[in-house]
Design a protein around this ligand. Sequence first.
Ligand SMILES: Cc1cc2ncn([C@H]3O[C@H](COP(=O)(O)O)[C@@H](O)[C@H]3O)c2cc1C
Ligand SMILES: O=C(O)c1cccnc1
Length: 349
Amino acid sequence: MNDWLFDDCADPNEEVRQQAIAHQRQLTKPAGSLAELEDIAIRLAALQGHPDPQLERLWICVFAGDHGVMEENVSAYPQSVTAEMLRNFASGGAAISVLARGLNAPLEVINLGCVQDPPAIDGVTHLALGPGTANLAKHPAMTRQQLSAALAAGRDSVERALGAGTQLYIGGEMGIGNSTAAAALASALLSMDPARLTGPGTGLNTAGVSHKVTVIQQALSLHAEHLNNPLNCLRYLGGFEVAALVGAYIACAQAGIAVLVDGFICSSAALCAARINPACGDWLFFAHQSAEPGHKLLLQALDAKPLLKLNLRLGEGSGAALATPLMQQAVALHNQMATFSSAGVSDKH
Ligand SMILES: Cc1cc2ncn([C@H]3O[C@H](COP(=O)(O)O)[C@@H](O)[C@H]3O)c2cc1C
Ligand SMILES: O=C(O)c1cccnc1
């Protein structure tokens, strides 16, 4: 059912990468002076197989779902916020709605299942996988069917993005309690003490974070015998929206679409995706290092260099949306700067 996850990813074009490196060397600036912005343009050239990469057509998709682990009181906010935010995404008042408008990017919103699903909302696709996940501290978070359907929801979003000629895909997430699922998933994938990967999320105090760690420890020991491969880790510990992101990231790599990964929760999905299909790592850019303390470790494990560090702790894809103009300007510089010879500027001795 999930066989598609293991299909080959698209290959970056190494010849074009070399051309892009040589082109950067010709531009009217001290060699290497645009540093990480040069790397972005060079990587995108190789991924797009074109010496002049383009980042005009964006796609933003927010996946939402509830978390049974909220029975354990692991968030500073009530569970009802997940469903309430769906309307806010659709009516344009959420942070990601504002940022998507600013980027002129389409914003797709997919409800994968909340405890109390709202009546049909214009602009929100409802895929009913169930009333949220089961409590991961007591049960597998998802059934096999729910896992497959969530992964497929991510893949289907990428299918639509591909149809629109998307050059950069941004996934976002909304799910009260999902920083618990993400920390549990990351702990299992990295065989790391959850105390190192667990943080305040929406704003727990110190006692709240300790309790959250205990809940995750309980889940890891309960499911220990099943946490033997990344897909099982995702099914036992993840969430609908986290699984959809895993499916979306792998599908992007297979379709040849670059991805801009958002914060801690999206990075846990990226790690899971890279463990399932390692070649998908080539297609992932990392927008920022969030305030969630575990994010730094997660990024290290992914060998990722985040573009920004603004201490954001929002999610929704907001950090990725904020980093997009930086990537677009990196591409504009690569494509539009004059060369030493065209501008009659003297090159290095
Ligand atoms: C109003 C509101 C809007 C949000 N948008 C994203 N999140 C973020 O907070 C949640 C994760 O934190 P925790 O695990 O502590 O619940 C996710 O829904 C995430 O996307 C929000 C949270 C709230 C309260
Ligand atoms: O970094 C994130 O993705 C994050 C952090 C806190 C709350 N929601 C999301």
